[in-house]
Design a protein around this ligand. Structure first.
Ligand code: ADP
Length: 189
């Protein structure tokens, strides 16, 4: 099964991606982690995207598509994927839709982790204190949330109209969010 995790920064996409991949055996593909790895390895791609990550802006579509599409195809050909952080705009979704479908790698479900703004900001500031991720400053967090609203949140309607959308209350404890997702993936439409 191929599953997309959609949610604002701080909604718990990474946590749920890890938990679900451990339970279901699909590959967890987290675009933010992949990009941060490139930055810390100082690869040419890492040098190209570092500034975008620092500012909390989306990296150019072609860069992320070239990075993620081969991994998606590979995962779809084995146990399936849990894709965390892609697509991040309707444009990105549309650009890969036909290619993914042709490779049998189209998404079967899109899970939206829904949480109010105050909860997201509080979680991100707490994570900043613990992990010190360089894009978890107050200013960059505000920018990332703003980009979520303008670019990424239209994906909720996009997947609803395609009949793939499931919504989970992301303010629940992580185990409960996981259980709800497992139930949704289990039950036919
Ligand atoms: P969060 O969801 O908490 O903002 P991520 O780790 O998913 O964190 O992403 C971190 C950064 O990686 C984003 O702010 C953006 O710069 C870049 N990024 C990740 N996925 C994409 C994507 N699909 N398109 C463009 N940029 C992306």
């Amino acid at each position: 099964m191929n599953v997309l995790l959609i949610g604002a920064p701080g909604s718990g996409k990474g946590t749920q991606g890890q938990r679900l991949s451990a339970i279901l055996g699909m590959s967890h593909i987290a675009t933010g982690d992949l990009l941060r790895q490139q930055v810390s390895d100082k690869t040419p791609l890492g040098l190209e995207v570092a500034g975008y990550l620092e500012r909390g802006e989306l990296v150019p579509d072609q860069v992320i598509i070239d990075l993620v599409l081969p991994l998606v195809a590979e995962a779809a050909a084995s146990q399936g994927y849990l894709l965390d952080g892609f697509p991040r705009s309707v444009d990105q979704a549309e650009q890969v839709r036909a290619i993914a479908a042709a490779q049998g790698a189209g998404a079967d479900a899109a899970i939206y982790l829904d949480a109010p703004r105050e909860a997201l900001t509080a979680r991100l500031l707490e994570r900043a204190r613990i992990e010190g991720r360089s894009d978890d400053t107050e200013e960059v967090i505000a920018n990332r949330l703003q980009i979520f609203d303008s670019e990424t949140s239209p994906l909720v309607e996009y997947y609803r109209s395609r009949g793939l959308l499931h919504i989970v209350d992301a303010t629940l404890p992580p185990e409960e969010v996981t259980n709800q997702i497992l139930r949704m993936l289990d039950s036919p439409e």
